[in-house]
Design a protein around this ligand. Structure first.
Ligand code: HEC
Ligand code: HEC
Length: 482
């Protein structure tokens, strides 16, 4: 029970006022912030997490800063639980609650009283979702046939979609910026990230992203962030590394030879295409694909079976080695596989979790390849759930038709198709970095997985992979410790 008392002592060091509220000028490196599985922490290579820079300043007109949606207490994202707490504390007046994109829709709503605010911000409170509205490109090869949005916002020229804030940390490992890659695309005059232009392209994309975020989320007038402030924001973000650092049942995830926690990420080698199973995505400088993506918890191998750390090691082994037949994933198995790099696609890939989550010890895709695994696609047999059986009744239904073939698709999020106008790209998005997960539930771009167990069950149904109840628990223990 030694770990438990260390854990409780650690929790008492975190003043509740510091969580979600910026009452200090900085947060010391590695300060633990509690979450349901233990605690996460963030480490800045600049020595501390400085809370005085432009990232935490209101640079627009509605009181929001980047920190409104990217909080150190929440792995630099925001958990739905903490958003609900902010609603309760402020009666829905905290700056995250703004109608521009915090409410389910921005018209036909009344937020003058707390009850109106509770209804208007229901998706943000319960699923942590921000409305992302994007215009249909003029040259799109598809047309929008129908939109059923339960909150109005049914316009067919600008589509409202609902997405989780991606964490603004561990950014050194990104191969595309935003779920749909729009801040690494011609649509925003930013640059696709390639092995040749990385990391300069990533940094310039992030500077551009800081401007778009201020103009859109904070309703800025374009004067801030200035070029110097953009660089300060990028320097701040690029210096941050975040991971789970304590487990409720295990104590420190950095102790006894394990390399959990944020510090080990600082020296984690990375380049674009560092570890691809798909030859067309491979960087010639990389070693052959290794499906053992994580070695973070190798030190927990061979512990007695009932030790809680042994469960983490078993979960890591499942992630690293359980075979998954990958089928019907747009971006891998279709003709458009890899943006045409693999003509005809690959009908079935004998893969692993790490086929798509291939960056060593980080778990995002090391090559820019948006994929549609079906998290936003209604199941044709039961449109109330997605292709992995998770409830999606709270999302809009969008029907699109190809102008070329007449084929139609139903989805809740057009993904990359709204960025480049291609019907074949409907629903394609990037897989996020898999560190700091416990700090930022719910999961998937649309918050459809309330827990990591929901995520695991999604994969079981979607890809027909079977995990026993013990294996499900082990995989969740592992993911929760990342
Ligand atoms: C109102 C909430 C909100 C505010 C304020 C906000 N963001 Fe975000 N952020 C999001 C959402 C939602 C996404 C994902 C949207 C998407 O992919 O379509 C995101 C994505 C990002 C990403 C992309 C990470 C990745 O993996 O691609 C970065 C970086 C980021 N935000 C930084 C910032 C910065 C810098 C600011 C301030 C200038 C800011 N954000 C303000 C909600 C917010
Ligand atoms: C075919 C590619 C593919 C495979 C195989 C795959 N994933 Fe994913 N994963 C993705 C994509 C794409 C997303 C983003 C989906 C979304 O946000 O809607 C994702 C998202 C996730 C998330 C949510 C992250 C977050 O921040 O919301 C977790 C956790 C995850 N995957 C774990 C796993 C595990 C565990 C396995 C193996 C059982 C696995 N994945 C197999 C592509 C894949």
């Amino acid at each position: 029970m030694k770990y438990k008392s260390v854990y409780i002592a650690m929790l008492s060091l975190v003043s509740p006022a510091a969580i979600g509220q910026l009452v200090h000028e900085s947060i010391p490196n590695g300060r633990p912030f509690p979450n349901p599985s233990g605690a996460s922490s963030t480490y800045s290579t600049s020595g501390k997490i400085d809370l005085t820079g432009p990232f935490f300043q209101s640079m627009g007109s509605n009181g929001r800063s980047c920190g409104s949606c990217h909080q150190p207490s929440d792995g630099m994202s925001v958990s739905a639980t903490h958003i609900q707490e902010r609603f309760d504390r402020s009666e829905g007046l905290d700056p995250i609650f703004r109608t521009v994109d915090g409410s389910n829709c921005n018209h036909d709503i009344d937020v003058s009283a707390v009850e109106g605010r509770r209804a208007a911000y229901s998706l943000l409170r319960t699923r942590g979702l921000i409305r992302v509205a994007i215009a249909v490109p003029a040259n799109a090869d598809y047309e929008i046939v129908r939109i059923d949005n339960p909150y109005s916002c049914n316009e067919t020229d600008t589509i409202s979609q609902y997405r989780r804030p991606l964490p603004s940390t561990n950014l050194r490992f990104l191969s595309a910026v935003m779920f749909d890659g729009r801040e690494s695309s011609p649509l925003t005059s930013t640059t696709k990230i390639t092995p040749q232009n990385y990391p300069a392209s990533l940094e310039s994309n992030l500077r551009h992203q800081s401007v778009s975020a201020t103009t859109i989320h904070a309703q800025g007038d374009g004067t801030r962030p200035t070029p110097a402030e953009q660089q300060q924001i990028v320097n701040f973000e690029m210096a941050l590394f975040t991971a789970q650092t304590y487990g409720r049942a295990t104590g420190s995830l950095e102790a006894r030879g394990a390399t959990g926690g944020p510090k080990a990420l600082i020296t984690q080698p990375f380049f674009i295409g560092v570890n691809s199973q798909i030859p067309a995505f491979e960087n010639p400088a990389s070693a052959p694909f290794n499906p053992a993506i994580f070695n973070t918890f190798d030190a927990y191998d061979h512990l007695p079976q009932r030790d809680p750390r042994a469960a983490i090691a078993r979960g890591q082994a499942l992630f690293n080695s359980r075979p998954i037949n990958i089928r019907e994933v747009a971006g891998l198995n279709d003709d458009q596989a890899a943006g045409g790099l693999v003509p005809g696609g690959i009908p079935v890939i004998a893969g692993f979790c790490g086929t798509c989550h291939d960056t060593p010890n980080v778990g995002n895709h090391s090559f820019p390849t948006p994929l549609n695994i079906g998290t936003g696609d209604p199941n044709p047999g039961d449109p109330r759930v997605n292709l992995g059986g998770l409830d999606i009744t709270y999302l809009p239904r969008i029907t699109v038709r190809s102008k070329i073939t007449g084929e139609t698709k139903n989805t809740t999020d057009l993904g990359q198709a709204l960025i480049d106008g291609k019907f074949d790209h409907v629903g394609k998005i990037k897989g996020p970095i898999l560190r700091g997960l416990s700090a930022r539930a719910p999961y998937f771009h649309n918050g459809s997985a309330k827990t990591l167990l929901d995520v695991v069950r999604f994969y079981e149904l979607r890809f027909g992979v079977f995990f026993s109840p013990q294996e499900e628990d082990d995989l969740v223990a592992f993911l929760s410790s990342l």
